[in-house]
Each structure stands twice: as C-alpha cells, then as structure tokens.
Design a protein around this ligand. Sequence first.
Ligand SMILES: Cc1ncc(COP(=O)(O)O)c(C=O)c1O
Length: 370
Amino acid sequence: MLDRLAEALRALRATDQLRDLTIPSGIQLSSNDYLGLSTHPRIKAAILRALEDDERICSTGSRLLSGNHERWEQLETAFARFVGAEAALYFPSGYAANIGLLSSILKPDDVVFSDAANHASLVDGIRLSHARRSIFPHLDIDYLKRALQQTPHSGETFIVVESIFSMEGDRAPLDEFLALCERFGAWLIVDEAHSTGVDKPIRRADRLFATVHTCGKALASMGAFVAGSRTLRDFLINHARTFIFTTALPPYCAAHVQEAMRLAAEADSARKQLGELSGHVRERMRVLGFDAGRSDSQIVPLVLGSNETAVRFAEALLSSGFAVRAIRPPSVPPGTARIRISLNANLSIADVDSFLNALVEVREAEVVRE
Ligand SMILES: Cc1ncc(COP(=O)(O)O)c(C=O)c1O
C-alpha cells in the first residue's frame, strides 16, 4: 500500500505538482489577510478577555449537544445584521459550510449550474448532494442562459458562483445572475469568501437563496457563516451534517470572530488602501506585459502556463524576499499554472513596486535561460 502512495507522489513530482508544507517568509503576497487585521491587538485582547471570562476553554461537544454557547448565538445574530440577512449559522470552516449547505439543501431531481472556476468546497458539496450538475464556462452568461432554457427537470434550479473568484480575482456580475434567476425561477447561492469584509455586503433579493462568508480571510479569524432566511438556518441546524456531527469551536473563538467583524466594519481606510494597491498592481502588470487575467480585485493572478514555469517563478521570487506560492492543477485548470498575488492593506506601493521589479528580473532570467 505504501508503494502505491509513493508512486502517486512520484507522479506528482514528475509533473511539478508535488506540494509540500513550507512556512513562507518575506514580503507577504500570498495571504488572504486582505484588511491586514491578523496582527491586530484588539483581536488578541478580545480573545484573552474571553478566555478569562469563560469558565471552559473548549466547547465540550457539538452545538446540538453540550457545545452551544450564548457567544455563538450572539455572533450569528450580529453577523446576519452585518450582511443584511435574516439569519446566519456558523460552521467551523468555509469548506464545512459549503459542504453542509449544498449537500443538505439539494435533492437528486434538482439541477445546479455551477461556474467552472468554483472552489473545490462548492464542487464537492454539489457532488455529495447527487443533484444534477451542469458546469458552465467561467462567467459565460450567454452559455448559462441557453443551458437554463435547454435543461428540463422536475426539481428546483440553482446557480452557484463566487462573488470574487479565488484564483481568477474577477467578479461575478451578481445582478445579471439574479436577473437570470428571476427569469428562470432559479435560486442563487453566492460564496463570498473573498469579498466578505472587502466589499459592501451584496444586495439581498428574493432569488438570493444563501450567501457563504468565510472568516479566515479578511475577517482574520476562522470558520464561516451561511446567511439567508431563518427557515434556512433552522433547516441547516437539522440537516447539515458538517454542522451536526462536529464539535463546536471553543467559545473564545466566537469572541475572536466578533471583534474581527467589528474591526472590519470600521476598516474603511484599509479597504481604500487595498483598492489602491490592487489597481496599481493590475495596471503595472499589464503595462509590463504580464498576464493578470481578468482580475478586478485584490487577487491578481500572474498566469504563467506550465507547472514548471510557475514553480521556477515562485522559487526565484521567494529567494528575492517575496512570499508567493505557485498555484497548479487541480486548483486551476491544466496549462494555467500561476502565481496568485493576493494583496493586503499592510503593504505599501513601495513594497509592490519592489515586487514588480523582481518579477521583471525573473522574467529576464527566464528569457536568457530559454
Ligand atoms: C471561495 C472559497 N470558498 C470556501 C473556501 C474554504 O474556506 P475555509 O478555508 O474557511 O475552509 C475557500 C478558501 O479556502 C475559498 O476560497
């Protein structure tokens, strides 16, 4: 059996797809700490206060057994208000939230139209539901419209997208998706992992069934909320297996998320800085002739093509002092390996300019090599 595993690892190495766990150092260009809150003293103080105030340091069980705590209930109410939803339910990770939501609400006679660039947790959640799955090319609204017209089925229809796509950095035109939902009687589910805290909450609408908000990115904490109606929340409490069959996080984690949420609500200057940095990097990359895809956000992909090239670029940039990682299949489609530059508000224009200079040098070294 171990030979089988070793063979699988050899196959990954042969195609430059072998991953390992390193601790990246240098100027941080690969973290999802978009608002730069991950070192904030107010969050640390809130955790310490909660640890001192709470009797127990662990939850002791699932939320449905001994693990619930008023901190979680208050947090969910506050978060629902934060995003303008009727209710919200917290899961221990974004992966668990997407799996729990999709695998519980979808039935086998439903059809789900899923964007080709959707995150693995959305893909896996839909797979687990056994609903009929139809993948549409990334953000191709015309294709989707034709597919909606041509796919007869007896159940409900869902469209699943991300608000800012995690590997592309582009944005779903949510009003257009909502208009399609109204026209075809479909329901929209939006994974807001990369826009929560960065953008204003999206407009609630009749056809918006649920939104998913991870807290491990701009909200500098952990876990994720599914936001929607009170009925959806009650349903998930009773049916979402990743909610039911898992130990709740310790109550001090709720204090952590709560303080991060408060800080995110106040973080207008960080959002402004992030917007300026992102615009600058995208524009400079395009002027310098780098392929930044269709990025329109703080996530800017540097699409390089082969796994080998992406790994070489990442290694060279790392040794020049920039914490970046190569992103390869299956995270992105084959032939589109890339460096995923994700900006954060703690960076300065000088930081990103020095990165861009290093990028030009790496490209020049590549040309010489060829
Ligand atoms: C779009 C998207 N959804 C869900 C997740 C999963 O969230 P978590 O890391 O909290 O499990 C991620 C990233 O990790 C993501 O990028």
